[in-house]
Write a protein that binds this ligand. Sequence first.
Ligand code: AHM
Length: 336
Amino acid sequence: MFINRKILTLDEFTIHQLRQFPTATGELSSLLRDIGLAAKRINVEVNKAGLVDILGDAGAVNVQGEDVKKLDVYANNQLMGVLQHGISCAGIGSEELDDIIVFNDDVSNNSKYVVTFDPLDGSGNIDVNISIGTIFGVYRRITAIGTPCEKQDFLQPGIRQVAAGYIVYGSSTMLVYATRRGVNGFTLDPAIGEFCLSHPDIKCPPSGKIYSVNHGNFFQYAEGVRKYIDGCQKKDKNTGGPYTQRYIGSMVADVHRNLIKGGIFMYPATTDKPNGKLRLMYECNPFAFIIEMAGGKATDGKNRILEIQPTDLHQRSPLFIGSSEMMHELENYLNA
Ligand code: AHM
């Protein structure tokens, strides 16, 4: 069998990166490996989602006589489990949980990172076979190593993330993660069960043809946003408009596409949801970090997302994110 040894697996890649830093401890590589393992397990269940009615619905009992968990609960438990058993994570904050979980055992208390995640974003799309995803952010804790982590370790501005990433469970399953050294994408090779480096050094094109927004909320958006959306639909020799509208309603898939192809994704404030819908800690910050490391921009319409000081684990924020030139154009409308 031909094996292409030029393709690095996720583990090989992180170890290569590690070797370039003689003082690195390997904790981040280990943490990414843990998340990769959880992602593979979640992927198996997501791929079986269509069989749920045959094998047993959530809340029912499956053929083995075990309770069938809802997929987002399953995903949450997988991530929590690998991070608790690993050597790199002192505690987690999850969109699924009201409060942080402090692991509080000897190994975890001696770990330097805490992790925030949305275990299964866009889970409303599972039933209709549309891509969904997992989103995560990694922060270096600010409390002393050797002690249990605390809420203040989590309530840090997104700029303090040391890494952030997502997994998109789509036509293929991909893990993309960013550190300050860049953004890299790995596609799951189902034959060997490994994430393989398929998209090295991802850069978000400075401009693109795609705008992504929920048009159903149009009349609830602020005037500047409405005017920008109008502008996206017009012929404009400066911007290359009209743009193409693409919105799946699954942020991971929408932002992933725009990251690769160039584009802008918006979830603005509405009259019903004055702070927007998306969560700062679990959705906005990780994506803002990834997009910025790839050369794009992310704001709440006024402030850089990564500089917002969070006050609540579950706080929401409007989000505008994407290609730098398109973001600049949007800002001209919002500031007019
Ligand atoms: P969820 O946390 O219930 O999964 O909702 C998050 C999702 C995002 O993935 C997506 O961008 C957004 O909700 C879509 O919302 P809407 O249907 O209001 O446009």
